[in-house]
Write a protein that binds this ligand. Sequence first.
Ligand code: NAD
Length: 541
Amino acid sequence: MNSNFTIPTPGNEAALNYLPGSFERAALKAELKKQSEQQIVIPLIIDGKEVFTENRIPVVMPHNYRHLLATCCLAGKTELDAAKEAAIEAKSAWESLAWEHRAAIFQQAACLISGKYRFQLNAATMLNQSKTAYQAEIDAPCEIADFLRYNLFFADQIYRQQPLSVGETWNRMVYRPLEGFVLAVSPFNFTAIAGNLATAPAIMGNTVVWKPASTALLSNYYLMRCLMEAGLPAGVINFVPSKSTDISKYVIRDPRLAGFHFTGSTQVFRQVWREIGENIENYHAYPRLVGETGGKDYLVAHASCDIPALVSALVRGAFEFQGQKCSALSRAFLPQSIWPQVKQLLLAATAKLQYGDPADFTHLLAAVIDEQAFKKNVSYIEAAKASPEAEVLCGGYDGSKGWFIAPTIIQAYQKDYVSMREEIFGPILTVYIYEDEKLDEILAYCDTSTPYALTGAIFARDRAVIAQMEKQLMHSAGNFYINDKPTGAVVGQQPFGGARASGTNDKAGSALNLYRWTSVCSIKENFAPTAQIDYPYMAEK
Ligand code: NAD
């Protein structure tokens, strides 16, 4: 009250190292043991209350799919209706709560996430989403805390943007939240993305119905509990695991749907966009559609590049978190002149990668998320084995206990071979070897050969070539990397998102995303209103 408060300047939450003998390693191992030995029931959280339903699904470890971590209640029509009503009911008090108090709740949540509940969130992400300790650490808790702290900072900057006022008037802009509720639908692959999808609209004063992915329920539930403990008022975010068909039937078509905040596949986003389009006459306002979707992320190398750095980018970019980062490298164009050396180093580095249960810290990879993902990956490996247009240089799979795909490299002999074009979402890298003098042609092909434009990387040391590659590939990626792997965007440093079929490119973790959750009202106040009707030019003399 009576003050212009300043949001604390954010910094990126530092990832812990989990070195042998460290406190954090012992704490994480203890939490892994605890969560592995219990089976909890995950309720819905509607209007701040836990709701238990009879319809439940198992929550398992992808790397040991017979191990039950939890069962999760599913919302049906009754609960989804209740969640929408709770969001609408909570809206007025939430949007009129003083900004500094709204912000304080999310600062408090960031503190709980990176402190008291750090190991709980990390362990749940490791066990249920099959991430290694380091991959889980940089996702949940670090990236969620970053999303919250940076979004508060950016929201504050947005609120400070005001128009000019001339003469005896005062112009103001009020950054109203949207009218209605926002539906957040999150993917399995990042606990942080789920957190951002639900909280970014809430930071801007909206209320939210949040449907998490059915394969990331444990971490998402613990995250929801952190938000509640931080003081998020009842009904502001409603946690409703449910079948996607029920979301279509009971939520997407609701006239009060004000926005759809989504990350996931291109196919699902297009389907929801179509459903909203078909129903457009019935909404109170045009729903804001924000989607970050699929990709076919690339790397193009030039003969002048640093070869060991290129090999590191190929391995880390393609295989960390089993290639299930939306930014994961999945196709590479490499010049013929350096291929023999790159091939030798690449195969040697890949052969050393250990994969298995992420609770064993020596592993760099764990399992893909579920049986459907496993089968999809296997189908591309088997197709490459059978095709004269490709060769499997290394890799394989074993689904007997967990959904394990070994780091796999396919060499394509045709640049339009299927695994050079389609999103697989697993640890499969396809390489195509081009004749050095055909760089122009390869860049043009890389730009146009898939519908996506999410991430891309180039490797070269020749500055003229770097400039040429950047120019020719300018529209091929929303996140573009020079001499670096195409993964690992950091909130506040490389705002993330792609264009074309990869999404609406509203850049998660930046002001650009937050603008989508506000509907501005421009107010003009006149301190000297005129009584005149005629204008001076109308006089005869
Ligand atoms: P998905 O599209 O299968 O599922 C995402 C969410 O949508 C889940 O919660 C799912 O239950 C829900 N869903 C599915 N069908 C629906 C429907 N008809 N109506 C409403 N909701 C529905 O994606 P996924 O397997 O969880 O994630 C992998 C995909 O996400 C990949 O394509 C990846 O590229 C993409 N992704 C993109 C980004 C990005 O920033 N561009 C980030 C992460 C993941």
